[in-house]
Design a protein around this ligand. Structure first.
Ligand SMILES: Nc1nc2c(ncn2[C@@H]2O[C@H](COP(=O)(O)OP(=O)(O)O)[C@@H](O)[C@H]2O)c(=O)[nH]1
Ligand SMILES: [Mg+2]
Length: 250
């Protein structure tokens, strides 16, 4: 069947996204069709209780480059991204939030960092050039984000200006070990995958991207924020406990 090599996989984690997905999927399909490279679109339904799965099924019938991957139950964004990454066939795999807060055209910038500059991963950043933010989050959410970034630097020892932007691309084969070892299933997975990238000696570019806050956010600043802080400690503990073994050099 579909066994020819693919240049790009675009992964969209989706939890109860029936309202935000149609516009997003239209934009991604248009981007893929306009691009010279061969691409697939993987939507990961994270145990949604709304019509997300039916919607994606209907889209994939009309658009052969799209497919639906389903988690049995709600597992979290981290689990969903991991699931999509391990299903992907593209040479490069990029994940994006279902609201396309970063327009899909910005993928070109991440792809250039991977293809032209030789990076293994390229992550969107809202903090390098803040003039690219069209619609800001609430002041409290922005402050929480700044505080979280400090904690990531301090606890994880990784120096990115923004680990949480939902727009990241990877050279799939080189980065496979990251997703195989990833254990955090909810929103704290971004620091974990970046920690693992460093641990395995992979080169990560931080790329300024355009971004607009979407009022339909499903992140709760207090509950999710507390959990994410705890997850930083879990990652540290996992490292101490030997759960992220370095690949043997062949
Ligand atoms: N809240 C939430 N989002 C999930 C979950 N699983 C996958 N996602 C997806 O993760 C992304 C989170 O984006 P969003 O809610 O806009 O977060 P924000 O932009 O950081 O405020 C969306 O694509 C969601 O559909 C989950 O269990 N909970
Ligand atoms: Mg959002």
């Amino acid at each position: 069947m579909n066994s020819q090599p693919l240049d790009l996989s675009i992964i969209v984690p989706a939890y109860n996204e029936e309202n935000r997905l149609p516009k997003t999927l239209d934009a991604i399909v248009a981007y893929v069709r306009a691009s010279p490279c061969g691409a697939e679109i993987i939507v990961v339904d994270d145990g949604s209780s709304d019509a997300t799965a039916a919607l994606v099924r209907a889209y994939s019938q009309k658009n052969p480059e799209m497919r639906l991957v389903s988690n049995e139950t709600n597992r979290g964004k981290g689990f969903s991204v991991r699931h999509g990454m391990l299903e992907a066939r593209g040479e490069i795999a990029l994940f994006t939030d279902a609201d396309l807060s970063t327009p899909i055209e910005e993928a070109d910038k991440l792809l250039a960092a991977l293809r032209e500059k030789g990076y293994d991963a390229a992550i969107g950043s809202r903090a390098i050039d803040r003039t690219l933010i069209k619609v800001h989050q609430s002041a409290i959410r922005e402050q929480a984000g700044i505080l979280f970034n400090r904690m990531v630097r301090w606890i994880m020892g990784i120096g990115f200006s923004d680990t949480q932007c939902g727009f990241k691309a990877f050279r799939r084969e080189r980065c496979r070990i990251i997703f195989e070892q990833q254990r955090i299933e909810r929103f704290g997975f971004d620091p974990e995958i970046l920690f693992l990238a460093k641990r395995h000696g992979l080169r990560v570019a931080e790329v300024p991207v355009r971004w607009s806050h979407d009022a339909g956010t499903k992140v709760n600043v207090v509950a999710d924020g507390m959990r994410m802080l705890l997850e930083l400690l879990v990652i540290r503990w996992n490292a101490v406990a030997g759960r992220y073994p370095r690949a043997e050099k062949s």
